[in-house]
Design a protein around this ligand. Structure first.
Ligand SMILES: Nc1ncnc2c1ncn2[C@@H]1O[C@H](COP(=O)(O)OP(=O)(O)O)[C@@H](O)[C@H]1O
Ligand SMILES: [Mg+2]
Ligand SMILES: [Zn+2]
Length: 496
C-alpha cells in the first residue's frame, strides 16, 4: 500500500513543501530512502524503526521505500522522522490515512518514540498558511512557535502515539487567536545610563539609531566602544510584528530559537574576527543563514574591525547594498534577508594610543595608514556616521550622577522615525546648501560622502523636530566624516 504525508524542508530560512511517499511491498525487509536525503535524513530509518516498535507497533517485515518529492531538492534535517513514521504506519494500515491530505507533519523521533524539537516550525506554519493547509503536527517543544502566527491549527505532540491519535481523530488542534504580540521596550540590562562621559559618541549613536545609519567608532582600547555598541539595539524603535515574524523565522531556521513564541527584541550579533566569509554572509551546501541574516532588523557589530580579514570584510559590501542574500543551488535559490545596522569599532592605530595625551603612540605614519587600509575604502564609505571616541577622562570616570537612560533616548529616536515616515523630508535651506558646499570643497569630500552628509543632516533635523535642514544640522553631519579628515601624525598628537 502507498501513503503520502505532507512535510517541509528548509531552504535557507524558508520552508519548502514536500511529500514523503511511503510504499510497502514484497522484498527483503528494510527501509530505502530516495530523493536527495542528507545524512540526517538517511539516518532517519534507524530512529523510525525503533520509535515504531517502542510505540507498540510491528515494523512490517517487508521492503519499505520512502520517496521524498520533489526529487531534485536536497532535504535536510531530522524533521522528516515523524512524517516517515506516520507514512509507514498509514501504508501498513495501522492508522487511517484520510486525514493526512490536510496535515503538515514535522518532528524528529527519539528511539523511545518521543518527539523532539526541530528547526523551521515557524517557516513551516507560514508555508501551511500560504498553501491553505488546515492543520499541522509539530513537536510539543515547537508548539508555541508554530502558534505564533494566526494560521493552521496546531497539534503539539510529545510522542509518536500522540500523532497517531491525531490521525485517528482523537485530538483537537489549538489555534492562534488574534496576534497577542507585544514588543519588548526594555531589553534587560545594558542601559545607556551606565556609560559615563562620551557625550559626542552617545550623540553619534543616537543619530545612527534615528536614521538607521551605519556607525563607525574609532578610539583607544577601554574607552567604551563595545559598551556603546551593545546598547544600540535597545534604543532602536521596538520590533514590529512583521519584523518579529521575519526575525523569528531566521532564528527558527538556524535552530537558535531558545524561547517559545515570537522574538521581541532586536538582534545584536557580534561575530569574532576569525569568522569566515560564509559564516558572515551565509551559504554552504545546504544554505544556512550567516551573521548578516541573524542580524536582520537589528545590529551587526564588528569589534576590532581591522582584525577581520580584508577579503572577509569585502563580502559584506553586496549584502549592505541589497539587504538580501541570494544563494543559488541547482533548481532552487535561497533568499535570506539582511537589513541591519552595521557598527564597526577599531583602534586608531596598531598600538592604540594615537590621540591620547597620557601615553605616546609608537606607530610610524606608514604603519597607521597600513592599519587603516586593512578595512577597504569602499567599506569605510558605508559608515555614514564616523566618530572618534577619546579615552575616558578622570572626571568622567568619577562621575556619579547616572547619565541619561536608554528609555529617554529611545523616545526621541521613535519620534524622529515617526516623523520621517509620516512627513516629507525636511528640505535643505539655502544657507544649509552653502555650508555643505563649503565643507565639500574644504575636505575634498566624494559624491558618496556628499550624499551621506545630507542623509545624516536630515536625520539630525528630524531629531530636533525641525521642518528644514539647516546649517547647524549640516555642520554636525560633516563632523561625522572623521575619516575624511587627514589623520594626525603621532608627533602632533603627542603635543596635544
Ligand atoms: N564610558 C565608560 N563608562 C563606564 N565604563 C566604561 C566606559 N568605558 C569603558 N568602561 C569600562 O571599561 C570596560 C571596557 O570597555 P569597552 O567598552 O570594552 O572598551 P573598548 O571597546 O573601547 O575597548 C567596560 O566593561 C567598562 O567597565
Ligand atoms: Mg572593545
Ligand atoms: Zn599607535
Amino acid at each position: 500500500m502507498l501513503a503520502r504525508v505532507r512535510s517541509a524542508t528548509l531552504l535557507g530560512i524558508e520552508a519548502i513543501p514536500l511529500f514523503v511517499e511511503c510504499d510497502i511491498n514484497r522484498g527483503l525487509p528494510g527501509i530505502h530512502t530516495v530523493g536527495l536525503p542528507d545524512a540526517a535524513v538517511r539516518e532517519s530509518a534507524d530512529r523510525v524503526r525503533a520509535a515504531i516498535r517502542n510505540a507498540g507497533f510491528d515494523m512490517p517485515p517487508r521492503r519499505i521505500t520512502i520517496s521524498l518529492a520533489p526529487a531534485d531538492l536536497r532535504k535536510q534535517g531530522s524533521g522528516l522522522d515523524l512524517p516517515i513514521a506516520l507514512g509507514i504506519l498509514a501504508a501498513n494500515g495501522d492508522v487511517p490515512p484520510h486525514r493526512l491530505a490536510d496535515l503538515l507533519v514535522l518532528g524528529e523521533l527519539a528511539l523511545d518514540g518521543s518527539v523532539r524539537r526541530v528547526p523551521g516550525c515557524l517557516p513551516a506554519a507560514l508555508l501551511a498558511r500560504g498553501s491553505g493547509i488546515h492543520e499541522m503536527i509539530v513537536p510539543r517543544a515547537n508548539h508555541e512557535e508554530a502558534l505564533s502566527v494566526p494560521g493552521p491549527g496546531v497539534h503539539g505532540v510529545e510522542r509518536l502515539l500522540d500523532a497517531v491519535a491525531v490521525l485517528r481523530g482523537e485530538r483537537r488542534p489549538e489555534r492562534a487567536t488574534a496576534a497577542s504580540y507585544q514588543p519588548s521596550t526594555h531589553p534587560p540590562g545594558l542601559d545607556l545610563s551606565e556609560v559615563k562621559g562620551q557625550a559626542h559618541a552617545k550623540r553619534a549613536l543616537e543619530v545612527a539609531a534615528a536614521g538607521g545609519h551605519h556607525l563607525l567608532m574609532i578610539g583607544p582600547p577601554g574607552c567604551g566602544k563595545t559598551m556603546l555598541a551593545r546598547r544600540l539595539a535597545g534604543i532602536l524603535p521596538p520590533l514590529g510584528l512583521e519584523e518579529s515574524i521575519e526575525v523569528t523565522c531566521v532564528y527558527s531556521a538556524a535552530g537558535l530559537l531558545r524561547e517559545p513564541g515570537l522574538l521581541r527584541t532586536r538582534p545584536f550579533r557580534a561575530p569574532h574576527h576569525t569568522i569566515s566569509g560564509v559564516g558572515l554572509v551565509g551559504g554552504g551546501r545546504l544554505p544556512r543563514p550567516g551573521e548578516v541574516t541573524l542580524a536582520h532588523h537589528g545590529v551587526l557589530f564588528l569589534d576590532e574591525m581591522a582584525e577581520f580579514g580584508r577579503t572577509t570584510l569585502d563580502v559584506l559590501r553586496q549584502p549592505l547594498e541589497d539587504g538580501l542574500i541570494v544563494i543559488n543551488r541547482i533548481g532552487y535559490s535561497a533568499r535570506m534577508p539582511c537589513r541591519f545596522t552595521l557598527v564597526g569599532a577599531m583602534n586608531p592605530c596598531v598600538c592604540g594610543n594615537l590621540g591620547r595625551s597620557d601615553r605616546p603612540c609608537a606607530c610610524a605614519p606608514a604603519m597607521i595608514a597600513q592599519y587603516r587600509n586593512r578595512v577597504s575604502g569602499p567599506l569605510l564609505d558605508r559608515f555614514d556616521v564616523q566618530v572618534e571616541v577619546p579615552p575616558l577622562s578622570l572626571g568622567d570616570l568619577a562621575q556619579t550622577v547616572p547619565a541619561e537612560p536608554s528609555a529617554t533616548v529611545a523616545t526621541r529616536i521613535a519620534a524622529a522615525r515617526h516623523q520621517s515616515v509620516a512627513g516629507p523630508e525636511p528640505p535643505v535651506t539655502p544657507a544649509g546648501r552653502r555650508i555643505l558646499h563649503q565643507a565639500i570643497r574644504h575636505l575634498g569630500l566624494s559624491a558618496r560622502a556628499h550624499d551621506s552628509v545630507l542623509r545624516v543632516a536630515r536625520t539630525i533635523a528630524l531629531l530636533e523636530g525641525a521642518t528644514s535642514t539647516q546649517p547647524q544640522h549640516i555642520a554636525e553631519a560633516v563632523q561625522y566624516r572623521c575619516l575624511d579628515k587627514p589623520a594626525k601624525h603621532p608627533q602632533e598628537a603627542d603635543g596635544d
